[in-house]
Design a protein around this ligand. Structure first.
Ligand code: SF4
Length: 176
């Protein structure tokens, strides 16, 4: 199975969301959040493209797991990933997404890279580093992601505040 930052992100947000996504039920085209996120990338930092590189990475972790990821803004000289978030809230899932990228860089021989999470609407930035404990966690959840995908039963609705901005909201709450 190919595992991307989206799987890592969804695993940390909601197992039901991950299950729906990995089983081919995709509704992101209906999500304003995704559209707004793309807009922020294009309007907040118009000069970005000149300074940073976009890179695609992959790594075969095992017979079962291929990792892959695309970093939009990578400063190769300083070994810094820049990731922009539209959210008005700092979320743990954002950190795990960039830690996944840092892990991929490390697996591809680029040691000691760091990441900067940028929240333009909050005017805040967070620097993220990858620890050995993080790597063990990421290794563990790649196995759990496969187990969840193969599970016959869709995990339950989580009844969380974040459901309102989730693209699966209507699907999850249609009968309630
Ligand atoms: S609406 Fe809530 S329960 Fe349903 S997939 Fe999204 S986050 Fe999970």
């Amino acid at each position: 199975m190919q595992i991307t930052a989206t799987h890592i992100n969804y695993y940390n947000i909601c197992h039901r969301k991950l299950w729906l996504f990995t089983n081919g039920i995709s509704m992101e085209h209906t999500s304003d959040t995704v559209a707004d996120g793309k807009l922020i990338h294009e309007t907040s930092y118009p000069q970005r493209a000149e300074k940073y590189r976009e890179i695609d990475m992959s790594f075969k972790l095992s017979d079962e797991v291929d990792l892959s990821g695309k970093i939009d803004f990578y400063n190769a000289k300083e070994k810094i990933i820049h990731e922009i978030k539209r959210s008005d809230k700092i979320e743990g899932a954002h950190e795990w997404q960039v830690k996944f990228y840092l892990w991929l860089l490390k697996l591809n021989g680029i040691e000691d890279a760091t990441a900067v999470l940028e929240y333009p609407t909050l005017r805040q930035t967070n620097t993220i580093e990858l620890t050995d404990t993080d790597i063990r966690y990421l290794e563990k959840i790649t196995i759990e992601i496969i187990r969840l995908k193969d599970s016959e039963k869709c995990p339950p609705v989580i009844h969380s505040k974040i459901c309102k901005s989730c693209s699966y909201y209507e699907l999850c709450y249609v009968e309630e």
